[in-house]
Design a protein around this ligand. Structure first.
Ligand SMILES: *[C@@H]1O[C@H](CO)[C@@H](O)[C@H](O)[C@H]1NC(C)=O
Length: 202
């Protein structure tokens, strides 16, 4: 009985904090204008290609509204086409639980405009992506965003070709070559034998 009484407040606190979650994406008003180097539909390679991202403040909002912006986070995000049937990439309105933007491109103190460059990390999976930038307040809560695609995430998307796809085709090529080399070694021996036989006959 006593333990129950002691535990209850902690349990309540635990559930309250869990229920509180993070900021809801749907409550944010986009005030950042984000541009990135990949052209719509282009295919980039991990470990080789770079993405540059530039953000600025949308000038149609009143000046000084960015005073609470303290930090900028630039993220690489899955387009809906690459989220289909993949619960681990699901979009959740609660940003803390959202799985849309799993890759960090940059995180730095807020500047009303800046450009960052990112060499696409080798463990980035093959998928269709866009880029989103969040501004955070002093409590590390998201207060606004901007993205390179439209609201429905259908325009201006690009593809990243991961290592696995290319690795697979390299493996196939290697297998083909090793079969070929065994075969040519075999052919070489047969030809040598024939040549030897011909010499013997003479
Ligand atoms: C700036 O914000 C206004 C109002 O939300 C919007 O209509 C406009 O498209 C935005 N401009 C850019 C460049 O995103």
């Amino acid at each position: 009985m006593a333990t129950k009484k002691v535990c209850r407040p902690f349990l309540l606190l635990f559930f309250a904090s869990y229920a509180a979650g993070g900021v809801l994406f749907s409550t944010l008003k986009p005030t950042l204008v984000v541009q990135a180097s990949p052209r719509a539909g282009s295919v980039l390679n991990v470990g080789e290609d770079r993405i540059t991202v530039t953000w600025s403040l949308n000038q149609s909002f009143p000046k000084g509204m960015d005073q609470q912006y303290k930090k900028i986070k630039v993220k690489l995000c899955y387009a809906p086409i690459s989220q289909k049937d993949r619960a681990w990439r699901k979009t959740v309105d609660d940003i803390k639980k959202d799985k849309t933007c799993q890759f960090k491109i940059a995180a730095q103190p807020y500047n009303s405009t800046a450009t960052v460059a990112w060499l696409i990390e080798r463990d980035t999976p093959t998928a269709t992506y866009f880029i989103r930038t969040y501004a955070l307040d002093s409590q590390d809560n998201e207060v606004t965003y901007g993205q390179t695609t439209n609201k429905n995430k259908t325009t201006n998307l690009f593809v990243i070709q991961g290592i696995s796809g290319r690795q697979a085709s390299l493996d196939v090529a290697a297998a083909v070559f090793s079969v070929f080399s065994v075969f040519s070694l075999f052919a070489f021996f047969i030809r040598e034998k024939w040549a030897a036989k011909r010499v013997q006959r003479k």
